[in-house]
Design a protein. Structure first.
Length: 423
C-alpha cells in the first residue's frame, strides 16, 4: 500500500546553512571545550588516526564540513604546551582544507606520516599519549590494529610506554553539548515530533487497510524526501485488546494503540522518541479511561526519573532509585534509557538495559554530567479494566541534563494522538 500526504510543515535548512552551523559548532568545541576536557582528564597529548573507508568514530567528529574522509590517512594530534594550558591542534594530512580548525603539520620530503608524528611527539615530549583504544566503548576503540602496530613501532620503547586509553576524554568529548548545540537540539526534537504528528493522521492511517509496515515505509521515505536520515530503522507496532502478545504487527484496526519508535539525524546529532496513537472505535470520542489513566501513570514515572536524576550520580544509582520509587508507588515499570548525541546510542551513563533490568557494570557506572542528552526510554504495565488485562505503555523522549536537572526539549506526550475513522 502506498501512502500519500500533502502536509509538509517541516522546514530544513539548505546544505550550505547546515554546514555553516556545524562548522561554527566544531570551532567552538575545539576552542572552548577541548582545552577544558584535556585539563580535566590530565591529558597532555591525544592522537586520533583514521584511514579512508575505516574511519575512527571520534575522528569523524573532528571533520569540518569540507572533509568527508581521511583520504588514505589522517592523524589528529592535540598536544598541550609544556609551560601553559594552551592546546595545539595539529593534523597530518594531504588535505589542506582542515585549516583553520587545525594547523597542518608539515612533512619533510618523502616523509612517512608516522615519522612526522614522531617528530611532533619528540618536540613536546608529553608524559602520556592518549589513543582511541577501549575494551568497553565501541566509539572509543577506533584505532585499528595495523595503525596501533605502526604507532608502537615508530614510537619505540621510550615513548610506546606512554600510550594510554583516551576513553575518559573521548566519552566527555562525545557526550558534552555546547549551549549552541543544545539550542538547536530543541529544534531537532521539534522536527521529530512534527514528523510523528504527520504520521498519526486520518489521512495515513485507514483502519482495516493501513498496516504497520506501510507507516514504516512512509516515514522512511518522508524523512529521505526532507533531506534527512533516520537515526535508526523505525518501528511501528500495535497493542490490541485481544492481542496474542504485547507488540503486534499487521493491519491496524479500530481500538488499537499504535506505537511508533523513531528518530532523525540532522546537523550531526540524533533524536530518539516513542509516541502513541489510539484508533477510535465507532461512537468513541476518546480512548477508554483505563488507557488515559495508563498514560497518566507513564507521565508520573517520567516525573520520578526527573526527580531522581542528579549531577554526579551514576547511571546505576539513578536506575535503582527510580525503580525503587516506582515500586513504592505501585508502578510496574522498566527503565532502559541511554545517552544520545553524535550517536543514537551514545557515550555516557547507561541507565538500565531492556534485557538487563539490573546493575550494569562499567557503562552504568559513569556519572551524570551537565550539558548531556539522553533518550528517556521506558515502559509501564498498567491494568486496563475495559480490556481486562495489563497493557504496556511504551514512551521515549529526547531530554537534556542541564544546570543540575533533567529537562524536556519540547514537552512530553500527555494525550494519545487520535485516529478518527470515517464511519
Amino acid at each position: 500500500m502506498t501512502l500519500h500526504t500533502e502536509k509538509n510543515t517541516v522546514q530544513i535548512l539548505s546544505l550550505l546553512e547546515q554546514e555553516k552551523i556545524m562548522d561554527q559548532w566544531l570551532f567552538e568545541r575545539l576552542e572552548q571545550l577541548l582545552p577544558l576536557l584535556m585539563k580535566k582528564h590530565n591529558v597532555e597529548m591525544w592522537i586520533t588516526i583514521g584511514k579512508e573507508y575505516n574511519e575512527d568514530p571520534i575522528g569523524k567528529t573532528f571533520f569540518p564540513s569540507a572533509i568527508d574522509s581521511s583520504r588514505r590517512l589522517t592523524i589528529f594530534a592535540f598536544v598541550k604546551e609544556n609551560h601553559s594550558d594552551k592546546i595545539n591542534r595539529y593534523v597530518i594530512s594531504s588535505n589542506k582544507t582542515f585549516e583553520p580548525f587545525y594547523s597542518c603539520y608539515p612533512l619533510q620530503v618523502n616523509e612517512d606520516p608516522f615519522d612526522g608524528l614522531m617528530r611532533l611527539i619528540e618536540k613536546f615530549n608529553p608524559e602520556s599519549i592518549a589513543v582511541n583504544s577501549s575494551l568497553h566503548y565501541a566509539f572509543c576503540d577506533g584505532l585499528s590494529h595495523s595503525n596501533y602496530e605502526k604507532l608502537q613501532k615508530v614510537l619505540g620503547t621510550q615513548h610506546a610506554e606512554k600510550l594510554v586509553s583516551s576513553e575518559n576524554i573521548a566519552i566527555d568529548w562525545l557526550q558534552t553539548r555546547t549551549e549552541s548545540e543544545l539550542h538547536w537540539y530543541r529544534k531537532l526534537e521539534g522536527i521529530t515530533k512534527e514528523i510523528v504528528k504527520q504520521t498519526f493522521t486520518n489521512e495515513l492511517v485507514i483502519p482495516h487497510k493501513t498496516s504497520t509496515q506501510d507507516l514504516v515505509r512512509w516515514i522512511r521515505q518522508h524523512v529521505t524526501d526532507l533531506g534527512l536520515k533516520t537515526s535508526f530503522y523505525p518501528t511501528v507496532d500495535i497493542q490490541r485488546q485481544d492481542g496474542s502478545s504485547d507488540r503486534l504487527e499487521g493491519v491496524i484496526l479500530p481500538g488499537d494503540i499504535i506505537h511508533l519508535d523513531f528518530g532523525i539525524e540532522y546537523l550531526g546529532l540524533c533524536t530518539d522518541t516513542q509516541q502513541l496513537a489510539y484508533v477510535l472505535k465507532e461512537n468513541e470520542i476518546e480512548p477508554p479511561k483505563g488507557l488515559r489513566n495508563a498514560l497518566n501513570t507513564a507521565n508520573e514515572f517520567e516525573d520520578l526519573f526527573f526527580k531522581e536524576s542528579k549531577e554526579g550520580m551514576s547511571g546505576n544509582e539513578i536506575f535503582l532509585n527510580v525503580l525503587t520509587k516506582a515500586e513504592q508507588n505501585q508502578m510496574d515499570a522498566m527503565l532502559y534509557s541511554h545517552p544520545i548525541g553524535y550517536f543514537c546510542h551514545g557515550a555516557g551513563p547507561i541507565i538500565g538495559l531492556y534485557d538487563k533490568q539490573e546493575y550494569i557494570p562499567i557503562r552504568g557506572e559513569l556519572r551524570m554530567e551537565n550539558n548531556t542528552c539522553y533518550a528517556l526510554e521506558f515502559n509501564i504495565r498498567h491494568f486496563i479494566p475495559e480490556w481486562n488485562k495489563a497493557v504496556p505503555i511504551y514512551l521515549e523522549e529526547t531530554v537534556c541534563f542541564k544546570e543540575g536537572k533533567m529537562q524536556f526539549f519540547t514537552g512530553r506526550q500527555t494525550d494519545f494522538y487520535l485516529i478518527k475513522p470515517e464511519w
